[in-house]
Unconditional design. Structure first.
Length: 166
């Protein structure tokens, strides 16, 4: 089994490598942010509001293209607060849609392994009639919360990487 790092949060991580996209892009008032914990974990936290047709908050990290055809899984080590999140990837940062998969969290640190081939294309919340992620190139990874309800959220992130194997 081999791995390919995507992002490893540490006490010295530069959060300018990430950007926050809230539903304000469509008139909403949800508030999300990304900060570092004292232990050096990324902390994606905030409040999702349904007012003004809103309902989501997200973080994204773009990077130079990685060839990922030798890998089967995208792996996250996270600790949440019982909320459901969406992992999002793009083959190219310029493509208008993302490939997504959902994951549930608990109050304990856990390792989430998402099969790349199960990530399906979505644009503005609607599934597209296109094939699932083919797993060749990767340029962006992100996490979104948008569960169609007003809620507070907190997700600690230790590391994100690709993994080969069964």
């Amino acid at each position: 089994m081999s791995t390919l790092p995507i992002y490893d949060f540490t006490e010295t991580s530069n959060l300018k490598d990430w950007y926050v996209v809230n539903d304000g892009v469509m008139g909403g008032i949800s508030q999300g942010m990304l900060e570092l914990s004292d232990e050096g974990h990324g902390v994606f936290r905030g409040t999702v509001s349904l007012e003004n047709n809103g309902g989501f908050s997200s973080i994204r990290h773009a990077f130079p293209a990685k060839t990922v055809s030798a890998y089967n899984y995208l792996v996250l080590k996270v600790k949440g607060n019982g909320k459901r999140y969406q992992l999002r990837v793009k083959s190219r940062t310029t493509q208008y849609y993302s490939y997504v998969a959902f994951f549930e969290t608990s109050s304990q640190w856990e390792t989430i392994r998402i099969p790349l081939k199960e990530m399906y294309p979505v644009f503005r919340g609607y599934r597209l009639n296109q094939p699932n992620y083919e797993g060749a190139i990767l340029e962006e990874v992100g996490i979104l919360i948008g569960n169609k309800k007003a809620e507070e959220f907190r997700l600690e992130i230790d590391v994100i990487y690709l993994e080969s194997g069964d």
